[in-house]
Design a protein around this ligand. Structure first.
Ligand code: TXA
Ligand code: MG
Length: 325
């Protein structure tokens, strides 16, 4: 497996060659690293599912570099989707739209809709441009595990399962895109992510939380056990609740008193939610590698990007039923 500097032309050329040959390439985006395949090559897309150990019923996001692609792969785009596109693309927002028939069924797991995103990371943009086709890509982690925000995370997680990782530095948002879907004139958030609910409401008015409305996750990828470290994870309201020394603590802000845990990582010294989100996965991966029994994670306020953090923490904690909400 090679790791090449994604900002160099020769690296992108190598990646394009591999993608055209039906291979997978991991590449940086502003949210997390993606594991990409040529979206129009069903055999290549099938490799994504094998490599990640991902169930075939969990659809992929298609990454594009221009609006021309949007008009080719989506149909009946709602006005509110257009408004959101004007405001947030390129950037960390995925829209679930009715698909046209040029998207192979394996990409969408047979659904009549397709998830589409126009990333802003220069390496991702350049890769799609040079390939001249959209790239289907999930986050570049084994199914159910924490998403990678650095090239080295991908290298450790996927070992020699892929030929090439393009290194584009640390993902600036550090948390996945916000996923939005539409039904008639209504707008839903399917997954909280790097753009907050409040920012979306500013553009389209009322937005509903898909899970709160339907009581269920729209797609299998929204299953409760996502984003989980290998170690059990427990959410705590404050460091005082920590009762095991052989533990790691993912603190939201700098703790005011000494903490019982052997290892402590602080998401944001001053408690800034944007900074906390950007450090979330990388700190969690680091603590998961420590020799501890359990990871405690401090609850963060459920507003702004705090919703995205809490959504992931709750899923991670549910895996072991240490705490349920
Ligand atoms: O930031 C991101 O979104 C990253 C980067 C690489 O773009 N990608 C990412 O992909 O997080 P993934 O596959 O890890 O998560 C995509 C989620 C899955 O939970 C999937 O179920 C959902 O999007 N999804 C994709 N297509 C869908 C569709 N047509 N309908 C409903 N949900 C869909
Ligand atoms: Mg993922």
């Amino acid at each position: 497996m090679e790791i090449l500097n994604g900002f160099e032309t020769s690296s992108v050329q190598r990646a394009v060659y591999l993608l055209k040959s039906g291979e997978l390439v991991a590449f940086p985006t502003e949210t997390v690293y993606g594991l990409g395949a040529d979206a129009f090559n069903p055999y290549a897309v099938a490799k994504i599912f094998e490599t990640k150990g991902r169930p075939r019923f969990d659809p992929l996001i298609v990454h594009i570099d221009t609006k021309e692609w949007l008009d080719k792969i989506a149909v009946e785009i709602p006005d509110k989707a257009k408004k959101l596109i004007e405001k947030f693309w390129p950037g960390p927002m995925t829209l679930i739209l009715k698909k046209s028939n040029i998207i192979p069924d394996i990409v969408t797991s047979g659904l009549p809709t397709v998830g589409i995103r126009m990333p802003s990371h220069p390496v991702a943009k350049n890769l799609i441009k040079e390939l001249r086709r959209p790239i289907a890509a999930p986050s570049a982690n084994p199914f159910g595990y924490v998403s990678p925000t650095k090239a080295i995370h991908v290298a450790n997680m996927l070992k020699n399962k892929i030929k090439l990782i393009l290194d584009g530095g640390d993902s600036v948002y550090g948390i996945e895109s916000t996923i939005i879907s539409f039904q008639k004139e209504h707008v839903f958030i399917n997954r909280h992510g790097a753009i907050s609910l409040e920012e979306i409401q500013e553009v389209v008015g009322e937005v509903k939380d898909k899970k709160e409305i339907t009581g269920t996750y729209e797609s299998p990828g929204m299953m409760p056990y996502h984003y989980s470290p290998e170690k059990p994870l427990k959410i705590v309201n404050s460091p005082e609740e920590i009762d095991k020394k052989n533990s790691a603590f993912l603190a939201f802000k700098t703790p005011l008193k000494p903490v019982l845990s052997k290892y402590v990582r602080v998401l944001s010294e001053k408690g800034d939610l944007k900074e906390a989100a950007s450090n979330f996965f990388s700190h969690l991966i680091e603590l998961d590698q420590r020799d501890v029994e359990i990871i405690y994670a401090e609850r963060v306020p459920e507003k702004g990007l705090g919703r995205a953090i809490m959504e992931r923490l709750k899923k991670a904690s549910k895996k072991y039923n240490v705490i349920t909400h």
